[in-house]
Write a protein that binds this ligand. Structure first.
Ligand code: HAM
Length: 422
């Protein structure tokens, strides 16, 4: 065994306290925002049966073919996977616990997802999403509401440089005939297909449209369009989504090549992008997935949702100069001597009873060195206790920004501190 210091797994990040403060703040903003639209929290396991993701995301997708952390449970041989996304788990949980058939559900979750991708800025192997799923709603109103929700969050976060791409994947009849046309079209140009596209020609030709290979762009641009196959219902649905967005002044661009990397989508799909994060500009994406509930074993039910990448959103906040003040401490308690130590512990708890944030000095040391710690902590007041104060059941309070130190009784402590830190 090597004695080198152990490191975190590549592509999986520690979030250190300074940065974690931004996470906590963001999570609070996100929760308030979700609750303002009536979404309720659901929490699923990080590990699910591998079969769930194969069935939901699709066998011929990058995620299932190359990116899943799958393993066999060595104790019972079960095939398990660290979740690469949350939609499949959420639908599984909703079905398993029969949440869906009395009333539609608006649900959200947040937490780690795992994909074995090539790590780079904005792309990690462990990353975090906030995922939002509305199950049991068929109309275009909910698709539009979810997009408007996103727009509101960007506004709350002060993000200006985010743009919306929109597309429709139609219903299954349209996709079938489009698929047949794609196979025929790309089949005629096989000499121009790269290895990935050749492999996908019969299994998942739609994904060829998503290729970034510059050599294939002309071919892709001239490929048959799904738009031309759409049935009346799907067209009306898409028109209505757009009408609502227009009514609410949410600008968007229709991108017929937006097909998404997961197979469960139909009708509306969307992606929010920024140009400020280089290649990993997609901060939020989703769409309608009316077939997934049935695919996972439930009675058919419509659904739509999206997820945002927390690392990317926070990176964007940093790009925009967002900086939070450090988590604040109100009071630092310094003390010397046995009696003083006992009183220090008591007054620290007393101040916390009164909703003050208190750091009690631990580990001894001279008054001078303790006051240095108090300074460095950012506390706005120090409570100083020596044995002579302790004997009188009194303490000294010192405002850290300068000003007179004041000796007060324990009963008057909280009121004095509150005066000092205002
Ligand atoms: P997705 O497009 O695969 O969709 O991921 C959603 C977002 O997660 C992306 O737009 C991106 O911000 C972030 N993300 C994805 N992969 C990574 C990565 N390796 N590192 C950092 N961030 C990443 C889904 O996962 C669907 N479940 C969304 C959905 C919910 N559709 C319907 N409901």
């Amino acid at each position: 065994m090597s004695d080198a210091t152990l490191q975190a797994v590549r592509g999986m990040n520690d979030i250190l306290p300074d940065e974690a403060e931004l996470w906590l703040w963001f999570e609070e903003v996100a929760r308030d925002w979700l609750h303002s639209y009536g979404y309720r929290n659901i929490r699923m396991p990080l590990v699910e049966p591998t079969a769930l993701f194969k069935r939901a995301i699709g066998e011929v997708t990058d995620i299932v073919e190359k990116e899943m952390y799958s393993f066999e449970d060595s104790l019972n041989g079960d095939e398990l996977t660290l979740r690469p996304e949350g939609t499949a788990s959420c639908v599984r949980a909703v079905l398993q616990h029969n949440l869906l058939y009395n009333a539609p559900q608006r649900l959200y979750y947040s937490g780690q997802m795992f994909r074995h991708e090539r790590p780079q800025k904005g792309r990690y192997r462990q990353f975090h999403q906030f995922g939002v799923e509305a199950l049991g709603f068929a109309g275009p109103d909910i698709d539009a509401e979810q997009i408007l929700m996103c727009a509101r969050l960007w506004q709350k976060l002060g993000l200006r440089d985010v743009s919306l791409q929109l597309n429709t994947l139609g219903d299954s009849a349209a996709r079938h005939s489009h698929r047949a046309k794609l196979i025929a079209y790309f089949g005629k140009h096989q000499e121009s297909l790269d290895a990935d596209a050749t492999r996908r020609l019969h299994s998942n030709p739609l994904r060829i449209l998503d290729s970034k290979n510059p050599a294939m762009q002309d071919l892709i641009a001239a490929a048959p369009k799904l738009m031309d196959e759409l049935g009346d219902d799907a067209l009306r649905h898409f028109d209505e989504v757009q009408a609502i967005l227009k009514r609410h002044d949410v600008p968007y661009r229709i991108n017929p090549r937006l097909v998404r990397g997961l197979d469960y989508y139909n009708r509306t799909v969307f992606e929010w992008e920024t140009t400020q994060l280089g290649a990993q500009g997609a901060i939020c994406a989703g769409g309608r997935y009316d077939g997934l509930v049935e695919l996972i074993g439930g009675k058919p039910a419509p659904a739509t949702g999206f997820a945002m990448g927390v690392e990317r959103l926070l990176a964007l906040l940093h790009e925009n100069g967002m900086a939070l003040p450090r988590q604040e401490v109100d009071v630092y308690v310094v003390h010397q001597g046995e009696l003083a130590g006992r009183l220090a512990g008591k007054v620290a708890e007393l101040m916390r009873d009164n909703n003050l944030r208190v750091l009690l000095h631990c580990g001894g040391g001279s008054f001078k060195s303790q006051m240095k710690r108090a300074d460095a902590s950012g506390a706005r007041a120090a409570v100083i206790i020596g044995d002579d104060e302790a004997q009188a059941n009194e303490v000294s309070v010192k405002p850290m920004q300068g000003g007179e130190q004041k000796r007060v009784s324990v009963e008057n402590l909280t009121a004095t501190v509150n005066q000092f830190i205002k």
